[in-house]
Write a protein that binds this ligand. Sequence first.
Ligand SMILES: Cc1ncc(COP(=O)(O)O)c(C=O)c1O
Length: 364
Amino acid sequence: MPESKSSAPQTSFNPEPWIRPNIRTLNPYHAARDDYHEGILLDANENSFGPAIPTDLPLHRYPDTRLNDLRQKWAGFRGIRMEQVFVGVGSDEAIDLLMRVFCEPGRDEIIITPPTYGMYKVAARINNVGVSEAELTKNFELDARAVLQRVNQHTKLIMLCSPNNPTANVLNQVEIERILKDFNRLVVVDEAYIDFSDSGSLCHLMDAYPNLVILQTLSKSFGMAAVRMGAALAHPKVIEWMMKVKAPYNVNQLTADAAMLAFDHVDKMREKIRQIIAERNRLAAALADHPDVETIFPSDANFLLVRMRGALEWYKRLADRGVIVRYRGDQLHCGNTLRITVGTTPENDQLISELYDTKNASDH
Ligand SMILES: Cc1ncc(COP(=O)(O)O)c(C=O)c1O
């Protein structure tokens, strides 16, 4: 049965009892630069003679441990406060960290809602944390009742993904809020693809629901997957626990600098989103006419989930012709599907022409 949640105001929110006992008593690593960071810096055993490679960048210095400037920029972009932002090495770091902070190995559990992003389960397995599965409906909708029925005293995190990977749809906000209200631990909503959707981020719910954790990334809408920069947005008390457990210099300086720039180019990001959505619509229209295509699922993301006859054969055939898509037919409710990232116009043209090339024609 779900544990009932007190309606206490946010000021009394205290996640401490949910923290793993060994973390609660942890004396975090104190980095050399936490106290002083200007002057003649002889405190951190850096190479005072500079980097071995030819560069004007101060690569011989350890990066900032708290990255407040970047956290401030992210917060400003999403209309929240700096204290509500954790930045890390992709959102994958935040997923792993949440498990390490909140889930006792060999005892605690998370709930996931398949079909969904595979890293939640992988991170749980790596951390020896149990995984309970509350399926999405056959239409890929979130069923809050099914999720809450799976809650037990060891459930520490509920992982939701909206827009969901691989199904591409935004989850129903009413159902998400039901879970936030009725579950008295953390509900994580992964918004990796949120900027491609009309629905907008759930950041505005963070004050109403202090147990809400939102994951975001620069890998998708900002087109900066190589930089490895993601964030967890949550109540400051949750963020502080994550900061205590993270590696002191988790984000490297090159990444931090590139990420700062990202928020100065939001207009460019939005322009690329418009282009991707236009291409997504064009691609969907072209696929709709294909004789093997059965369903093109509605997309709030930068990819399409497509059900087609002979999906596995198409996957291999396309790969042989140099067009790599993702076979998702092995995922729950996703039989015979391909997940296709929206490419550039020439890339999509190539995909379409391979699909319509009669030499490739399916014989099902
Ligand atoms: C739902 C979802 N979350 C997170 C990620 C990974 O994000 P990052 O590159 O920030 O680790 C992905 C990548 O595909 C994803 O699909």
